[in-house]
Design a protein around this ligand. Structure first.
Ligand code: IMP
Ligand code: MG
Length: 185
């Protein structure tokens, strides 16, 4: 493993900025869903750090579940534009208020496919909460109800986001120095 110092161009969002923004989002969500049933769905793996910090900051009762989608061409879609689920939810979302928790929305294709699929399962409501929004890169139209930060079109890592599966545990969001990250076998 390389030390990330070698290819970290800059820290884009520091740990205290992340935590402060997550507390604000949690407050907003707690108000919006006060006295309502809430189910958070985390899309693995990138969303896990955000999910666990967000749920600890929520002041309302809620349940959690997980799903994973596998990439098939651009944005985890197959030829019919359907999302390919590699791990499905273990609980029903019928008549539940569902909030999708994502690490980053880039082209928007992944989340658009997941939303289309979940809508067919009859949730009472369905909203999206993303920590990062690379708005410049959007291809699919995605309604974002809760947004942590809009970021520039740069490849980022840390706080759930990986570089070839590593560095998800870093407490900050960093920008990769162009051409510096070498894949390890
Ligand atoms: P989309 O379908 O293009 O919106 O892709 C979203 C997925 O791509 C995210 O859930 C991430 O797994 C991955 N992704 C997009 N941009 C980055 C990045 O800058 N760093 C790490 N992963 C990224
Ligand atoms: Mg990834």
């Amino acid at each position: 493993m390389q030390d990330y110092d070698e290819f970290l161009e800059e820290v884009l969002i520091f740990e205290d900025q992340l935590q402060e923004r997550i507390r604000e989002l949690a407050e907003e969500i707690s108000e919006d869903y006060a006295d309502q049933d809430l189910m958070l769905i985390c899309i693995l793996k990138g969303g896990v750090m955000f999910l666990t910090d967000l749920m600890r900051a929520l002041s309302i009762p809620h349940t959690i579940d997980f799903m994973a989608v596998s990439s098939y061409g651009a944005g985890a879609r197959d030829s019919e534009g359907q999302v390919r689920i590699s791990l499905d939810l273990t609980t029903s979302i019928a008549d539940r208020n569902v909030l999708l928790v994502e690490d980053i929305i880039d082209s928007g294709n992944t989340i658009a496919s997941v939303l289309a699929l979940l809508r067919t399962r009859g949730p009472k409501s369905l909203r999206v909460c993303t920590l990062l929004d690379k708005a410049e890169r959007r291809e699919a139209e995605v309604p974002i109800h809760y947004r942590g930060f809009e970021i520039p079109n740069k490849f980022v890592f840390g706080y759930g986001l990986d570089l070839d599966e590593y560095y998800r545990s870093l407490p900050f969001i960093g920008v990769v120095q162009a051409g510096k990250f070498i894949q390890q076998e």
